[in-house]
Design a protein around this ligand. Structure first.
Ligand SMILES: NC(=O)c1ccc[n+]([C@@H]2O[C@H](COP(=O)([O-])OP(=O)(O)OC[C@H]3O[C@@H](n4cnc5c(N)ncnc54)[C@H](O)[C@@H]3O)[C@@H](O)[C@H]2O)c1
Length: 352
């Protein structure tokens, strides 16, 4: 199956391209990046003698041999490139978040429905073995009724690429919520059976990195994209509450906070048991047995979740099956995130 890689940056190099390379059915035919050297370097590492490079994604989409594409570009072009790809008859795996806004994500969903192509979003935790084990615990009723989920995605004075694409709303669509929160909220939605959201109340703050030149930080990723004369107009921390037809979800998130600890976990609280998932790691189950309190950490056999995601994508292109990361499902998280931003702007609750 011939694949096109659009955007040959960090996530493409660290996850998509190595995973396609490990999949025996896939062959990366096109490497596209606005910076041709990046496409060339990717071709040298992951391509073969038939592979091509370009700066124009339409070259990839106009190739009838290409069946599917990975869209690994910054958020502001997810909508444009994914829509063009589906209209050109290609199946798409587009990195998360689906888009900058709910409206853009809805447009992508509409074109998916019209064209019948596959549109999966890179909510990779749906392919994480620990997350899937938690989903099973909940589905089997081992926690009883999960009535509250608390989400914490808080880092101590991080902030990616200060002043660059990550902190520019016109490019990224938002900050800590849309960049990190999307993964956490998506895990909650997935594990709890994608419950319908009812009301959303949120606040978003743009504070710690505002004075970019004097910002003191411990570590920063994407530091090579930093531009201290650039823009800083996104949320560096966020808080809120979402009522759903299932559990109530409360959350605190921060790229940067004046608390010297990172706290990145999700607590699923049921009336029979609870689970804390340490993000990107293992989980602990808390319950009672024979009148005693018990807690344990299941040893789940795990495989790289990006490899699982790419393998599932290749299989679903072949078999035309719907994955849990399909736009029809993931659109709900886009709706919730939009409502959090809207609520923060009007300082009031949003009814969905
Ligand atoms: N799933 C995850 O855990 C995860 C992790 C990191 C990033 N991401 C997502 O992946 C996307 C890319 O992030 P990144 O960190 O790799 O960024 P990056 O800046 O390292 O890479 C993006 C690349 O896209 C290229 N590009 C931009 N516009 C283009 C266009 N019109 N055509 C072709 N190429 C274009 C850029 O030149 C750059 O090389 C973002 O949406 C981000 O949210 C997801």
């Amino acid at each position: 199956m011939k694949i096109g890689i659009i955007g040959c940056g960090t996530i493409a190099n660290s996850a998509h391209m190595p995973s396609y390379a490990n999949n025996e059915k896939a062959e990366m035919k096109w490497f596209c990046d606005l910076i041709i050297e990046k496409a060339q370097a990717a071709k040298e590492k992951f391509g073969n003698e038939n592979s091509r490079v370009t700066t124009n994604y339409m070259d990839v989409l106009n190739d009838p041999e290409v069946q599917a594409v990975s869209v690994c570009t910054p958020n502001y072009v997810h909508n444009e490139i994914s829509i063009a790809a589906m209209k050109a008859g290609k199946d798409v795996l587009c990195e998360k978040p689906a888009a900058r806004t709910y409206a853009e994500a809805l447009e992508m969903k509409k074109v998916q429905n019209e064209t019948g192509r596959i549109l999966n979003i890179g909510v990779v935790n749906r392919f994480n073995d620990n997350v899937n084990a938690i989903k099973k615990y909940i589905d089997q009723g081992k926690l009883g009724e999960v009535f509250h989920v608390y989400v914490s995605f808080r880092a101590h004075r991080s902030i990616p690429g200060l002043g660059g694409a990550f902190t520019t709303k016109a490019i990224a669509g938002g900050g800590a919520l849309i960049d990190w929160g999307v993964h956490y909220l998506d895990i909650v939605m997935y594990c709890c059976g994608d419950p319908k959201p009812l009301t959303v109340s949120g606040e978003a703050f743009c504070r710690l990195g505002k004075d970019m030149k004097n910002y003191v930080y411990r570590k920063m990723w994407a530091e090579n994209t930093k531009n201290l004369n650039g823009t800083y107009d996104v949320d560096d921390s966020v808080t809120g509450m979402i009522r759903t037809e299932g559990p109530v979800i409360t959350f605190n998130g921060a790229w940067a906070q004046n608390i010297g600890e990172s706290e990145t976990y999700i607590d699923f609280m049921g009336d029979k048991g609870g689970i804390r998932l340490q993000y990107g790691s293992t989980f602990k189950v808390y319950t009672t047995e024979n009148g005693a309190l018990v807690e344990y950490v299941p040893e789940v056999k795990t495989r790289d979740h990006f490899q699982n995601e790419i393998d599932a994508f290749i299989d679903c292109v072949e078999k035309r099956e719907k994955l849990p990361s399909h736009i029809d499902t993931v659109i709900i998280t886009a709706q919730i995130m939009q409502a959090i931003y809207d609520s923060a702007e009007k300082h009031g609750e949003i009814k969905l």
